[in-house]
Design a protein around this ligand. Structure first.
Ligand SMILES: O=C(O)CCC(=O)C(=O)O
Length: 294
């Protein structure tokens, strides 16, 4: 199957795109899992979440989109086929969704916090801000490191990206570049940026092949089932494939860190302030990369 990612067409198994490796998290060998994270920059955690809690959040998002006429009702509602012309949405700043009790029940579930604590080897915490997404047809995410959005606390935060629905390979699955957490020159430049302080914006690259040609590695992805998750570092290059289906892809990406380490203050509070860029001219990261020589 021909897959799309940004401006490129990729084939699974070609030089740019391969399969993700599944982590054996149920075995409970967290030292080995930490070593795997250190090596690859990610852990694919199949079936991490309680299915009923995942389904409650998916339902919340489907009902919301349906309420605004964004779902094509000539198909079963559960298929979440996008209405003609409807687009996806990011719901992080929509308190009626992001702060809904069913979302808290998923992202702060006691068993999940226990698992994150086991990973860190110390009690874990998450943030008040919650990231929820519906990715519509034709949409996808561009390549970036998360550290640029979480640069004012501990750099040892991790992102937990969660499939809230089954996500076939043509429905914009998350992809990461294996080993991109070892790109020392990128970490020393891009990885030190604070967009608001440095007046920078945008993603790392709009061309997912160029990133590989320049820095090596390859994108890895998979089909997800609702409740599967990918845990990855702040220095793991990630993006999504393009949604070439007619259905919405539902996901959340929440952050976890050791509770005893500094927190980026923008993501906690009631409501959290979030990230904002200063008025006036901004340079794109892609322009700045030329200066950095990366
Ligand atoms: O869900 C996506 O497509 C992007 C997610 C993302 O950028 C993240 O988890 O940091």
């Amino acid at each position: 199957m021909k897959l799309k990612m940004g401006i490129r067409d990729f084939a699974m198994g070609g030089p740019y795109l391969g399969p993700m490796r599944e982590a054996d998290w149920r075995g409970g060998d967290w030292a080995a899992l930490r070593a795997q994270m250190q090596r690859d920059g990610y852990l694919l955690l199949r079936g991490l979440h309680d299915p009923a809690r995942v389904e409650a959040v998916r339902r919340l998002l489907v009902d919301h989109l349906d309420g605004q006429g964004s779902i094509d009702r000539s198909h079963a509602l559960d298929q979440a086929v996008a209405a003609t012309g409807a687009t996806g949405a990011f719901f992080g700043s929509e308190p009626s969704l992001a702060r809904a009790p069913v979302v808290g029940a998923l992202v702060e579930a006691e068993s999940l916090m226990g698992t994150m604590g086991a990973f860190f080897g110390s009690p874990a915490r998450t943030y008040d801000y919650r990231w929820l997404r519906a990715m519509g047809p034709g949409e996808g995410s561009g390549a970036h490191y998360d550290i640029v959005h979480f640069c004012r606390g501990t750099p040892r935060v991790h992102t937990l990206w969660t499939a809230l629905s089954d996500i076939a390979i043509d429905m914009a699955p998350l992809a990461v570049i294996e080993g991109s957490n070892h790109w020392h020159q990128v970490i020393a430049t891009y990885g030190q940026a604070d967009p608001a302080r440095d007046r920078l914006h945008g993603g790392f690259s709009s061309d997912p092949a160029e990133v590989i040609d320049k820095h090596g590695g390859r994108w890895v992805t998979t089909e997800y089932q609702a409740g599967d998750a990918v845990l990855f570092t702040m220095y793991t290059m990630h993006a999504s494939l393009t949604n070439v289906s007619n259905r919405y892809r539902f996901s959340s990406d929440t952050r976890y860190q050791r509770a005893d380490e500094p927190v980026d203050p923008r993501w906690v509070g009631n409501p959290p302030e979030g990230e904002s860029l200063p008025p006036g001219p901004l340079m794109t990261f892609e322009e700045k990369r030329r200066e950095w020589g990366i």
